[in-house]
Design a protein around this ligand. Structure first.
Ligand SMILES: NC(=O)c1ccc[n+]([C@@H]2O[C@H](COP(=O)([O-])OP(=O)(O)OC[C@H]3O[C@@H](n4cnc5c(N)ncnc54)[C@H](O)[C@@H]3O)[C@@H](O)[C@H]2O)c1
Length: 462
């Protein structure tokens, strides 16, 4: 199963599912509790959220389609450097029964004009990495909240720019880390909060991708370098840390009672990119002749101020199955294994196991129902329908639902600008460490001390 959004299937299925889901508004979700009905009641008084969307490629299309399913959302403006993508998305918005949004595609900074011209509450970006911060900063400077795809920023300077702009203009900036919404990640969070594993000691996470097989923006078909290839050619560290780190950061209360202190990082040699270039275009081709810095494997070790350790693996190029395998270790027990929760992926994957209070290994499934997270209990049935749109549709739905409803109620989104900055900062810090024989890198305190009093999050609020 290719887990990337399949555009053809997506478009074919969307109209059928859309019709079905339109019937299930917030008040009549199957399995919703009494509290959820009250929630629905409160929401009906809330304002409409006016959204501008930047970058409507593979990922942006998936997010936009789900946004159009949410109550209280109006998509008012669309921006992409490709005019055909703006036109296509304008059609989707119109088909969803909304007014045709304004389109922006004059240049690669036309999002700035959009932010300055349009009356919007929120700007979302799903552009290539290097555009995330420019879009979010333009949005916040123009008085809009911002949300960005992962990672939020490429450099440490950019991380600070996000934090300082959000603070200066009093705006929210949420990074859309959908891995935090995996059902299993949230169940484990619940198990941790209920004390099943005792005091937290250590977590392991990974971003293990197969970008070459999936042909994900490394080389374009005409032999030029894709946007991801540009990053991998010039950088060497963990360029994509947040899928692996996000769930662990929530489990371990990073920036909410604890904070990251320092890290060290090491990369293997780089092989897969050059081999891929040679095999695809021939040894004499420009992309096969150039140097590639990014090691095929990167391992980063992080320690928190309170003494929790984290291991973070990154591998995007060499042949390997996509696997968000994780481990959480506490004084009373551990849970280790595959974090992905969809049954269809159960074939030969590392099934999660739990070892609780010195008992025997037990299958994670023994715990899944008892410790299911309240958000999944309330909205899981509806969220699961979006798996037909994309492998991550269920998580994207829950994440966007929380973002939209937090902002409609003038609440802080569940993941804030300090999370975005801290999780993304691992990129440049790991690169600096790799470049200096795994030297120790201090992790900046983006919260400037606020981490001491910030309450932990259980990702349950809307
Ligand atoms: N959370 C996830 O699971 C997940 C999955 C895939 C991708 N992503 C993230 O989503 C983002 C986009 O990935 P993708 O696969 O959709 O890439 P993509 O190349 O398919 O889409 C990017 C879009 O942005 C447009 N664009 C580029 N520069 C622009 C600019 N300056 N202004 C406006 N539009 C611009 C492109 O024309 C394209 O339509 C990346 O940050 C990626 O890391 C996240």
């Amino acid at each position: 199963m290719d887990r990337r959004c399949n555009r053809r299937d997506f478009l074919r299925q969307s109209s059928t599912i859309g019709a079905g889901l339109a019937l299930a508004n917030l008040g009549n979700i199957v399995g919703a509790t009494e509290t959820d009905s009250n929630t629905a009641q409160k929401l009906s008084d809330d304002k409409t959220l006016r959204i501008g969307f930047v970058g409507i490629g593979v990922r942006g299309s998936c997010l936009l389609k789900i946004l159009l399913e949410l109550e209280g959302v109006q998509v008012r403006a669309l921006c992409d450097i490709r005019e055909d993508r703006v036109t296509r998305a304008q059609r989707w918005v119109e088909e969803a029964g909304q007014k045709i949004p304004s389109g922006y595609s004059k240049s690669d900074t036309d999002f700035k004009r959009m932010c300055e011209t349009e009356d919007l509450d929120l700007v979302i970006t799903a552009t290539p990495w290097q555009w995330h911060v420019p879009v979010c900063v333009s949005a916040m400077e123009a008085g809009k909240h911002a949300a960005t795809e992962v990672p939020a920023a490429v450099t440490l300077d950019e991380c600070w720019q996000l934090v300082e702009t959000a603070e200066k203009h009093g705006k929210h900036c949420m990074m859309l880390e959908n891995y935090c919404y995996f059902r299993k990640a949230m169940t484990i969070l619940n198990m941790i909060r209920k004390g099943l594993f005792g005091e937290l000691l250590h977590c392991e996470g990974r971003t293990q991708e197969n970008w070459i097989r999936e042909n994900w923006h490394i080389f374009n078909s005409d032999g030029t370098m894709g946007w991801l290839g540009e990053h991998l050619a010039k950088r060497n560290g963990n360029p994509y840390p947040t899928h692996g780190f996000g769930p662990m950061a929530i489990w371990a209360n990073v920036n909410r009672g604890d904070r990251l202190d320092h890290l060290v990082s090491m990369s293997s040699k780089s092989r897969a990119l050059k081999l891929h270039a040679e095999q695809s275009f021939g040894k004499d081709h420009a992309v096969a002749q150039q140097a590639y810095l990014q090691g095929d494997a990167n391992i980063t070790l992080i320690r928190s101020v309170n003494g929790v350790t984290f291991t973070l693996y990154f591998g995007g190029q060499s042949p390997q199955p996509w696997s968000p395998e994780h481990k959480v270790q506490g004084t009373l027990g551990t849970c280790i294994g595959e974090l992905f929760d969809y049954d269809a992926r159960a074939d030969g994957w590392i099934q999660a196991k739990v070892y609780e209070k010195g008992s025997r290994w037990a299958n994670y499934t023994n715990y899944a129902e008892t410790y299911d997270h309240s958000l999944w209990k309330a909205l899981g049935q509806k969220a699961n329908k979006y798996r037909a749109w994309d492998w991550s549709g269920a998580y994207d739905y829950l994440m966007l639902y929380q973002l939209v409803n937090a902002l409609r109620r003038n609440n802080t989104p569940p993941m804030d600008v300090y999370d975005a900055a801290t999780w993304s900062a691992i990129s440049e810090l790991s690169e600096r460490s790799v470049a200096n024989k795994s030297s120790v890198q201090e992790v900046p305190d983006f919260t400037k001390g606020k981490w001491k009093n910030n309450a932990p999050t259980d990702l349950a609020q809307v």
